[in-house]
Every structure is written in structure tokens, then in C-alpha cells.
Design a protein. Sequence first.
Length: 371
Amino acid sequence: MAEDGVRGSPPVPSGPPMEEDGLRWTPKSPLDPNSGLLSCTLPNGFGGPSGPEGERSLAPPDASILISNVCSIGDHMAQELFQSSDLDTAEEAERPGEKTGQHSPLREEHVTCVQSILDEFLQIYGSLIPLSTDEVVEKLEDIFQQEFSTPSRKGLVLQLIQSYQRMPGNAMVRGFRVTYKRHVLTMDDLGTLYGQNWLNDQVMNMYGDLVMDTVPEKVHFFNSFFYDKLRTKGYDGVKRWTKNVDIFNKELLLIPIHLEVHWSLISVDVRRRTITYFDSQRTLNRRCPKHIAKYLQAEAVKKDRLDFHQGWKGYFKMNVARQNNDSDCGAFVLQYCKHLALSQPFSFTQQDMPKLRRQIYKELCHCKLTV
């Protein structure tokens, strides 16, 4: 366990800048013209190499950006990407009955629009971590009323996003912060939502508060350090944590559990007096429900709610989606919290985690759940 309230947040790894379903986040670094990348001249307005790190400027008419070999852009592909409008019209004329422009290469106005979309996204979210190619394609289709989801056009959009991200200053916004009540998330915190990183306490606690504030009369969310303090210090160590709230007036208590390098969740149905343990690895941890039951009994005595002193039962929820890696437990816990609070069924699986990580990132930046 790390110090200063940070757990489960290893360094963000480097790697390819983009996956099919979302962007890979890579640290900012100067472009190396000798690194095996191919040069492709783009139209005016598409951002070229920036000045000092973190600053961006528009490219001059003859500027070039670098496009990775991984994208399979050779000279012929670069020429096809920006053919003249006359050739576009000729190609479109050969396909009567089809939607205008749906098979044509991207034009200069399309490229400029992609840059504008990415610029706006970067300012809102601080990085391109939560961006997917489909999102850009949908925006282009809304703006131009053309189809951009064909494999060829979508591939070109993907290449533009990759190239944009490789330019210095475009990997992230320096000093980006998300502030909500007492929570402050930095790019280091938000970066734990990238790929297969472990979610840290800052992300867990702010998201938990968003869940609680969505249905404040129903739910109380406990800070992720609550259980660890209860386990090591007993009731005396946490008795002041609820001095301003009577948890027995709530319907649902959500208690994230962090043991070693794994996240799980305890939910308490106050009215039914049930304590349920949720674990995406489906482990049977008998100690957690017992610790919580003892806490609830002690809290009932302290708050003079003796009707809640007895009758608590513990359960293990086994029919939940199972993670198939060692890193998505935190994302599962946040989804458990959200769906329980909103009384929604658990309809997500391991396959949904990349998309849900991006959604969680956006919800944190907007300080509001998507419901």
C-alpha cells in the first residue's frame, strides 16, 4: 500500500498510441524523424510540430507530421488521403445510388474538422484517454451528413488521431485538474483509468461520492480507507466517520474494500439487514462481512438505534460478471456501486471494461454520472 492516500496506481505504461476501441495514452516526447516513422504532408490547419513542450501552434502550409508505420501509410496512401475534389467527384459519380461522398478519401475540410474535434476533446478531458475512433466518426457524420464508418474512411480517421496524439503537447494538458467538493484529480489519478492500470483511491472516492450525490437520500458511500481503519483500529478508529449522518436512515451503504492489490465491495441493505460481498474474482472473504456486522452493531448502540443491533446476515454474491485479468477489479467495483445505487441490473461483463473505463473518466470530468 502506497503512502499519502494513493494505492493501486502503478506508472502509466507506454505503448502503441491507439487501440481499435480507444486511444492508448503515451507520454509526451519529441518526435524523432529518424525513428522509422513516415512523413506525410497534410493540408493547412492540421497542427504540426509544436514549440516548447505543452504549447501547440498551427502548421504552415508545407508542414509535415509523422505517421507511424503501424498505420500502413505509404506514399500511395498519403496521396489517396487528400485527392483533389475533382477526382472525388469522379469516383462518386461511378457509384450511382450510393450516399454522396461515402467512399471518397478525406478532404481538407474533414481533416481540419478532426483537428477541431480533438482540440476540444483535449481541453475538456485533459488527454485522449477516453476517446474512441467511433466517437470522432459519429461527430463527422453529424457535421457533414456523410458516411465515415466505412473501413477505409474509419481507418483514415484513426490515422489522423494517432498522428495528432504523437505531436508534442497533445498527449495531455499540463496542469489539468478535476475538482469536486474536497476531491482533486490530477492526470496521474485519471491515468489509472487507462488500459489495464489499477484504479487508485482518489478515483474510487470521487466516483463513490458522485454515486452518493446522485441519490443522496438513499445511499451513503464510505471512503475507501474506512474498512482498513476499521480492521486495524476497531470501532473506536472510525466512530467519528459518521458523526454527521445516521446511516440507519439510508437504504443502501456502499463500502469499498481494498486488500493488498485487489478491490471488492460490501453493500448493506439497511432495511433488510443484509450484508453482501461483491468480488469480481469471486473469492469468499468471510472476514469482511463479519467486520462490517460488528461495526453496524456498535454504531446502532452509539446512535441509540437498538432496533438495528441484531438480525444482520451476510451473503456472498456469486452470480456477478467475472474479471479475466488482474487489473479491472476497481472498474467492476465502481460499476457495482453505480448499478446498486440506481437499482439497475448488472448487465456489464469483462468485455465492456474498456468502454466503461472511458465512460468513468468522462463522468469524473463532468462531475456527473451518466444515467
